[in-house]
Design a protein around this ligand. Sequence first.
Ligand SMILES: *[C@@H]1O[C@H](CO)[C@@H](O)[C@H](O)[C@H]1NC(C)=O
Ligand SMILES: *[C@@H]1O[C@H](CO)[C@@H](O)[C@H](O)[C@H]1NC(C)=O
Ligand SMILES: *[C@@H]1O[C@H](CO)[C@@H](O)[C@H](O)[C@H]1NC(C)=O
Ligand SMILES: *[C@@H]1O[C@H](CO)[C@@H](O)[C@H](O)[C@H]1NC(C)=O
Ligand SMILES: *[C@@H]1O[C@H](CO)[C@@H](O)[C@H](O)[C@H]1NC(C)=O
Ligand SMILES: *[C@@H]1O[C@H](CO)[C@@H](O)[C@H](O)[C@H]1NC(C)=O
Length: 372
Amino acid sequence: MPCYPAGPGGCETGFNASCCPSATTHSASPASLITKFFSILLLGLFTLLSYWLLVPKTGVKSPVQRNRNISILLWYWPFSRPLDLEGDVCWDLYAIPGCYIMDNHSKFSEADVVVFHHHELKTHRWKLPHHLHRPPKQKWLWLSLESPATNGNLTPYDSVFNWTMTYRHDSDIFMPYGKLVPKSVYRDGGGHAIPRKNLLACWVVSNYRSRQKRAQIYQSLKKLVPIAVYGKWHKKPLSAEELLPTIKRCHFYLAFENSNFTDYITEKLWRNSFLADTVPVVFGPPRQNYEKVVPSNSFIHVDDFNSTKSLAEFLHQLVANKEGYASYFEWHRNYSVKILSDWRERLCHICKHYDQLPAHKAYHHLDAWSRR
Ligand SMILES: *[C@@H]1O[C@H](CO)[C@@H](O)[C@H](O)[C@H]1NC(C)=O
Ligand SMILES: *[C@@H]1O[C@H](CO)[C@@H](O)[C@H](O)[C@H]1NC(C)=O
Ligand SMILES: *[C@@H]1O[C@H](CO)[C@@H](O)[C@H](O)[C@H]1NC(C)=O
Ligand SMILES: *[C@@H]1O[C@H](CO)[C@@H](O)[C@H](O)[C@H]1NC(C)=O
Ligand SMILES: *[C@@H]1O[C@H](CO)[C@@H](O)[C@H](O)[C@H]1NC(C)=O
Ligand SMILES: *[C@@H]1O[C@H](CO)[C@@H](O)[C@H](O)[C@H]1NC(C)=O
């Protein structure tokens, strides 16, 4: 019998004990019935393992590698905008196998996971199907990408949901607005091409509330730095097509979140700043929180400055310093930006994590959890 190759699966796990250094001492000891019994047992195990390793498996390449689909029932579409679920969506669009997304209520009893998007519960457009019998293994998933400031009081939803999908890292399924994907090759030569710019700072804002902290920062900063304001508030809305080309002309983008909560970092950073090739001036959770998801030299944090005056001075100096400004684009050599925005991709993501998610769980204090 050949010796099993060294390394994992070799001596550590005890297959073919005669090949292992420690086995020599065993065989040198007086031959007892017990030793023989274990040798035979190990031989048997080794034979089984070899068989399992060497005999080719059938059905190698097939989209469905499980023997059954995980079925995800979306109870209603977020913001009432249905998307096409024809065909094997998760496989065709995202190469995720064995994942079946459905939106037909008649499938309730077969669903492994039922998904509820918070906005429609909050606005009472939809109710939870408490009247239906919940299969014991079925998981109800709470989906929300909004901050607690927008979501309102969640205590009515205590002890309802089993899993969460939110922008928080500690959700069962972490669903950020975007992420950096490492590039396979490090591009040493030529840095990132920075578009031509003729404006200093830009801000797109629709829901302006003077009592929000971000509004106060804006009011104080605009006296020291020219800020071009777009969006509904200034009656200069930008269409999806106009958005990026418009903001690209600005050196800085005010990526001011509407509220300050752990991990609440939205498209203001990912799309409006990073995809638009502008340097974000962020306001939101503390710097360390941003540094969990993006490099420290990719953004300017309002908290880095003692006053808006020193922030304004910094911005003016940076524009005058080509190299300094360009250093905020260095990370493009190592990463590309991926925006997550299609609800189907988010739903298919559940299957990617399904096997690692807790089989038994309940959120008894959803409200407290969301505000931690
Ligand atoms: C899984 O779902 C896909 C997509 O709808 C379907 O084509 C396939 O037959 C299903 N597989 C199983 C094992 O149910
Ligand atoms: C939902 O499923 C039921 C039963 O399978 C079917 O009769 C009905 O046509 C489906 N509804 C839609 C909108 O697909
Ligand atoms: C945001 O919240 C964090 C943690 O609660 C706090 O440390 C920080 O000071 C807050 N930042 C601002 C600008 O309010
Ligand atoms: C900001 O304040 C801190 C502590 O009050 C002080 O040590 C630091 O020198 C100040 N920085 C600037 C740039 O004024
Ligand atoms: C990018 O990766 C290279 C090589 O791993 C590393 O030396 C460099 O510091 C990284 N640069 C940035 C901006 O992250
Ligand atoms: C799901 O949550 C509900 C409500 O808290 C609970 O009764 C049920 O046991 C949970 N199910 C699983 C599979 O964890």
